[in-house]
Design a protein around this ligand. Structure first.
Ligand code: ADP
Ligand code: MG
Length: 415
C-alpha cells in the first residue's frame, strides 16, 4: 500500500485564519502572528541535562500564536486547538492572569506555559512586560514526545521578544524558556527542545553543545537519499514518566559528584565501550549503566554528525538503533510499546529506529526508504493490533525552520 500523508495547510493561510479568529474573539486584530515548531530528537537522548551533545531537528508541525499587547497588565490567552481534549467544551480553552500576580503554581493547566514565559521575562532587570492577548493554535500533537509544550513557550517568547523590542538572542531565549518550564511549570526539563524550536533550519539538524549552547546546522539530506523520518506515536504515557525522568536526572547528578566531575559530559572523552573505565567501579551497577548510556550516547551524537557530513545515512541508521538499545538496556527508559515500534519498523526494513524524547511512552522514530513507508507503517500497525494495543499515529516529519514571525508590522497601536 502506498503511504499518503494528509496535506497540511501552509503557514500564511494558517496565520490568516488565526488572525480572523483573533479579531472575532477580541474585537481587534493582533499585532502579529508567530510560529514555533515542535521537534524530533534524531539522537542524543538524556544527554542535554548532562551538559552533553544533542542532534534534534525542528519539524513541520508548529504552534502558532496571534498576539496583541495591551495597555493594562491583565492578560488573556485562548487555545483554539479544537482537535485536543484539553478544551473540554470542544471550543477555546481560556486562561487569564495579571502579570504582577504571577507566581509558580498560580496558573494551572496549559496557561502555565505562556504565563511562565511572561513571569520569567518580567523578572529581568529593566524589562516591563505589559498585558497581552493571545490566540494559540498548534499542529504539534500533545504528549507525543514532540515537545508541544516548548512550541507554545517558544512561540510566546519570540512574539514578546519582537513586540517589546527586547533583542534577546536565541541562546538567551532558550535559557529563559528553560527557566519558565523549570521554575514556573515545575518540569525539570533540559535545554534541547526549545533550542531546536528556536534554532532549527529546514533541511538540517541542530548539533548543539548543551553546555555552551554553541550550535551548528548539520545537513540532513533526506530527500536526496530517498529517505524519510517516520514518527510512530504510541499514544501511551506511562504514569511513572515524570518520576522516572527525575530519578534519572538525580542519578546522573549523584554519579557526577561521586566521580568528581561537574557533569557526566566531562567523562565522554574517556568513553570506551570495550573496556569500562576503572572509575565506574566507584558506582553501583545500576548507576554505572546510566553513566555508560550518557557516555556512549554523547559519542554516538558526534559519530552521527560525522556520518551526516559524509552523507552516510546507512551509518546514521545503525547509530539510531544503537541509541535505542542503550536507552532500553542501560538507561532503562523505554517501554513495551516503544520497543515494539522500533522492532517492527526494523523488521520491515527501516535503516534504523529509536525511541525519541524522554521515554516511558511517547514516540519512536524510524529512518526509512521513502518507497518502503507504506510497508513499514503497515508492519508497525499489525504488530500493535496483534498485541491488542492502541493504534499508534504514524506520520512523516521534515526538518523545518525554527521559530519566526509570519505576519504583522512593527508599527503598533497598543490598546
Ligand atoms: P509534550 O511532549 O507534547 O511537550 P508535555 O506534557 O510536556 O508534552 O506538554 C503538553 C502540554 O502542553 C499540554 O498538556 C498543554 O498544557 C500544553 N499544550 C501543548 N499544545 C497546546 C495547545 N495547542 N493548546 C494548549 N495547550 C497546549
Ligand atoms: Mg513537553
Amino acid at each position: 500500500m502506498t503511504y499518503r500523508q494528509p496535506a497540511q495547510i501552509d503557514d500564511r493561510t494558517r496565520a490568516e485564519r488565526l488572525t480572523r479568529r483573533f479579531t472575532e474573539l477580541y474585537g481587534h486584530p493582533p499585532h502579529g502572528v508567530w510560529r514555533a515548531p515542535g521537534r524530533v530528537n534524531l539522537i542524543g537522548e538524556h544527554t542535554d541535562y548532562n551538559d552533553g551533545f544533542v542532534l534534534p531537528f525542528a519539524i513541520d508541525r508548529a504552534a502558532m500564536v496571534a498576539v496583541r499587547l495591551k495597555q493594562s497588565s491583565d492578560s488573556a490567552a485562548h487555545s483554539a486547538d479544537l482537535a485536543s481534549s484539553y478544551a473540554p467544551d470542544g471550543g477555546l480553552a481560556k486562561v487569564s492572569f495579571t502579570i504582577a500576580e504571577l507566581a509558580p503554581g498560580s496558573v494551572d493547566g496549559w496557561g502555565a506555559y505562556p504565563a511562565g514565559v511572561v513571569h520569567v521575562l518580567a523578572g529581568l532587570d529593566g524589562i516591563d512586560v505589559p498585558g497581552f492577548e493571545v490566540l494559540l493554535d498548534s499542529t504539534v500533537p500533545v504528549g507525543a514526545g514532540l515537545s508541544s509544550s516548548h512550541a507554545v513557550e517558544v512561540a510566546t517568547i519570540v512574539a514578546l521578544n519582537d513586540l517589546l523590542g527586547l533583542g534577546l538572542s536565541h541562546p538567551d531565549l532558550a535559557r529563559l524558556t528553560q527557566r519558565a518550564e523549570n521554575e514556573f511549570v515545575g518540569a525539570p526539563t533540559g535545554i534541547m527542545d526549545q533550542s531546536a524550536s528556536l534554532m532549527g533550519r529546514a533541511g538540517g539538524a541542530l548539533f548543539l553543545d548543551c553546555r555552551t549552547l554553541e550550535s551548528e546546522i548539520v545537513p540532513l539530506p533526506l530527500a536526496e537519499h530517498g529517505l524519510s523520518v517516520l514518527v510512530i506515536d504510541t499514544k501511551v504515557a506511562h504514569s511513572h514518566a515524570d518520576g522516572g525522568y527525575a530519578a534519572r536526572r538525580a542519578s546522573c547528578e549523584r554519579a557526577a559528584t561521586t566521580l568528581g566531575v561537574t557533569s557526566l559530559r566531562d567523562l565522554s572523552a574517556t568513553a570506551d565501550d570495550a573496556a569500562p573505565a576503572p572509575f565506574l567501579d566507584a558506582l553501583d551497577v545500576e548507576t554505572a549503566r546510566r553513566v555508560r548510556h550518557v557516555q556512549t550516547e554523547n559519542r554516538r551524537v558526534l559519530e552521527t554528525v560525522e556520518r551526516l557530513r559524509h552523507g552516510d545515512l546507512n551509518g546514521v541508521g545503525k547509530l539510531l538503533t544503537e541509541s535505542h538499545v542503550s536507552l532500553r538496556e542501560d538507561y532503562q527508559v523505554s517501554c513495551f510499546e516503544l520497543d515494539l515500534a522500533v522492532a517492527s519498523a526494523l523488521n520491515a526494513g527501516a535503516l534504523g529506529a529509536r525511541m525519541t524524547g524522554g521515554g516511558f511512552g511517547g514516540s519512536a522514530i524510524a529512518l526509512v526508504h521513502a518507497v518502503q513507508l507504506g510497508q513499514i507503517r503497515d508492519a508497525v500497525l499489525s504488530a500493535f493490533t496483534a498485541h491488542e494495543l492502541q493504534t499508534p499515529d504514524i506520520f512523516t516529519v521534515l526538518p523545518a525552520d525554527g521559530a519566526e514571525r509570519i505576519t504583522g508590522s512593527s508599527e503598533l497601536s497598543v490598546g
